[in-house]
Design a protein around this ligand. Structure first.
Ligand code: GUN
Length: 290
């Protein structure tokens, strides 16, 4: 069993981007600028956005954090989005999800200029992904394909089972694994909450991608011997032994599943750190060759 070290791969990619930024600086070229919009005070969102902004600073990108109160109206948030679309200093930006219930997240996502949509959530960019055209690939699926490529994991002709059909992970993951490229060329099964006999499907997976958001849901008897298991889960569960009061659990019962795998990602330290590297790559792409 090989443990996939997402932290190390992410650091390597970040180092390459840091070098590219230094080259750009030396040549007097444009330095990428990422903005992040954070609405309200959700603990997990604060952690993710804080980490994105700090990483930008570390590798030499410009970054701007826009904090807005939980009570902001949809119209006010839309005005902020329009202002970011028109701001020539900003190359790309994200609006951290989830948004408060009184705001229609689709309306906000669809208002983001596709050229600045480094999350790859806008319908124009999802459409390009579906057609196999160059675009911003959503950070988590992008991170996963980079991990598969880094470890040289064979994908052609394999059966990939994705558990979860979210717009952020499951759906784009299925598109990427079935495309005519490497990593890809898999036969893909997307499963979800209405899939009968889920274990029967997951047991057929050469590559199993768990993205359903239920801690330790995937047990050893749901996994084929020798499978590649990618764990996208990052659920906070109460843990009195931790200073923070919680620990982070993946969607896979790691201790019982790992011995059956050829490769597996741990949580934390697997897929999570890769999402930031992907976002930085997308921001560099949005900045272009200027
Ligand atoms: N919430 C959870 N994951 C993401 C992400 O990749 N982008 C944004 N904007 N919000 C998220």
């Amino acid at each position: 069993m090989i443990l996939i070290d997402g932290k190390a791969v992410s650091e390597k990619i970040q180092e390459q981007i840091r070098e590219e930024v230094a080259r750009r600086k030396a040549e007097g070229r444009r330095i990428p600028h990422l903005a992040a919009v954070l609405v309200g005070n959700d603990g997990a969102s604060e952690t993710y956005v804080g980490s994105k902004v700090r990483t930008c600073e570390r590798i030499g990108f410009h970054s701007t954090l826009i904090r807005l109160p939980e009570t902001i109206s949809e119209a006010e948030l839309l005005a902020q989005v329009h202002s970011l679309n028109e701001n020539p200093d900003i190359d790309g930006y994200i609006v951290q999800l989830p948004l408060p219930k009184h705001i229609n997240a689709e309306k906000i996502t669809y208002a983001i200029s596709p050229e600045k949509d480094v999350d790859g959530f806008h319908p124009a960019n999802v459409g390009k992904l579906a057609l196999g055209l160059p675009t911003f690939i959503p950070a988590t699926p992008f991170g996963i394909v980079q991990l598969l490529a880094h470890y040289g994991i064979a994908t052609e002709g394999k059966h990939c089972v994705v558990v979860g059909r979210s717009n952020i992970v499951g759906m784009p993951m299925g598109l990427l694994m079935s495309r005519n490229a490497y990593p890809g060329n898999c036969t893909v099964t997307i499963t979800h909450s209405r899939t009968p006999n889920l274990a029967e499907e997951t047991r057929r997976a050469d590559i199993l991608i768990a993205a359903l958001g239920r801690p330790e849901f995937i047990k050893a008897d749901m996994v084929k011997e020798g499978a590649v298991v990618i764990d996208v889960g990052i659920t906070r569960v109460p843990d009195a032994s931790k200073k923070s009061g919680y620990s982070i659990k993946g969607d896979v019962a790691f201790d019982e599943v790992a011995p059956k795998c050829s490769y597996i990602t741990p949580v934390p330290g697997g897929v999570g750190p890769m999402t930031i590297a992907s976002l930085l790559k997308n921001t560099l792409l949005a900045c272009g060759e200027e």
